[in-house]
Design a protein around this ligand. Structure first.
Ligand code: CUA
Length: 333
């Protein structure tokens, strides 16, 4: 029996250590901050966890004393004092300190960048992210399903949604912010180190809410400027025969009614802008790697991979066309 119980305890310990090590690190953890705001939120979490731990220990100690301590009569006055101090004074003090600490963080977290840097408008769609960069010269550059940011710059994200409520959350960089139809909300992010992080929609928004993710690439400012300049350019012509066939399949299959490829006749705005889709970090809004195999799978099994998605699956196309389409899309860099 004792061995069994010991084994169970060992398993529990392993499990909690495993949960903590996977939740406290990685590219999508509020406890492994890589942004100014996330650092402050993580600090707040640890202070609250410590406060809660102390209160819990005190309550357990009192409980143990009540059960195991010497049985002796208590005066009415002493009992009342314990209730007033332990039930009113201490909780009020602890909660007041945590509330003041939390309130003091808010102006910093809610502050938007002054100056004329790039702004990024992100719109929550079902179930993908429309991402548009507004340059200081007033030019808009369309992209989708990933956000690139310059390191050590405070960047304003302007958020909205055309239909249902979403919530944008990049745990490593900042808190979450709702995207509400008919309203514009704003969130500032200020990454402190370069790298790749993961964001996720954090508000139930329909069948494929769980499949609404994205990657954030934090870059050196010069690399970011160069990348944005490249994104502003129209698509280059198809580089090889397979891509030429893919481009014509793209036109024949009506893809351009929903997608834009700048520099071609495709100018739909229902779905993601595909001008530079070949260089993106993922496809299907964070659900598949951006590799030819996965592109083919996405084209054939769209509705199975993302239930409820507006894009139909193109499994009816001849395999050669799907192959060529994937080559064409991968070539749009
Ligand atoms: Cu969008 Cu959940």
């Amino acid at each position: 029996m004792r061995n069994q119980a010991g084994g169970r305890h060992g398993m529990l310990l392993c499990l909690s250590a495993g949960v903590c090590s996977s939740a406290c690190s990685g590219i999508q953890s509020a406890l492994a901050p890589a942004g100014r705001d996330a650092e402050q939120i993580a600090d707040l979490f640890w202070w609250m966890a410590a406060g809660a731990g102390i209160v819990w220990l005190a309550v357990i100690a009192l409980g143990m004393y009540a059960v195991l301590g010497p049985a002796r009569p208590h005066s009415q006055r002493g009992s009342r004092r314990l209730i007033v101090i332990g039930g009113i004074v201490v909780p009020t003090l602890v909660l007041a300190v945590l509330l003041l600490y939390g309130l003091a963080l808010m102006p910093r977290i809610l502050s938007l960048p002054a100056g004329d840097g790039v702004k990024i408008a992100v719109s929550g769609e079902q179930w993908w992210w429309r991402v548009r960069y507004l340059r200081p010269d007033g030019r808009w550059i369309d992209s989708a399903n990933e956000i690139r940011l310059p390191v050590n710059h405070r960047t304003e994200l302007v958020l909205d949604s055309p239909d249902v409520i979403h919530s944008l959350w990049i745990p490593s960089l900042a808190g979450k912010m709702d995207m509400i139809p008919g309203r514009v909300t704003r969130l500032a992010v200020e990454p402190t180190r370069t790298g790749r992080f993961r964001g996720q929609c954090a508000e139930f928004c329909g069948a494929s809410h769980a499949f609404m993710a994205f990657y954030v690439e934090v870059m050196e400012p010069e690399a970011f400027d160069a990348w944005l300049e490249a994104q502003a350019q129209p698509a280059e012509g198809p580089p090889d025969a397979a891509s030429v066939r893919g481009e014509s399949a793209f036109g024949r299959s009506g893809c351009g009614a929903c997608h834009t490829v700048r520099g071609t006749h495709a100018n739909g705005t229902v779905g993601p802008d595909l001008t530079h889709v070949g260089s993106r970090l993922s496809i299907g809004a964070g659900i598949l790697p951006n590799e030819p195999d996965d592109l083919r799978r996405w084209l054939r099994e769209t509705t199975a991979l993302k239930p409820g998605v507006h894009m139909p699956a193109f499994g009816m196309l001849p395999p050669g066309d799907v192959e060529a389409l994937a080559a064409y899309l991968k070539g749009l860099r």
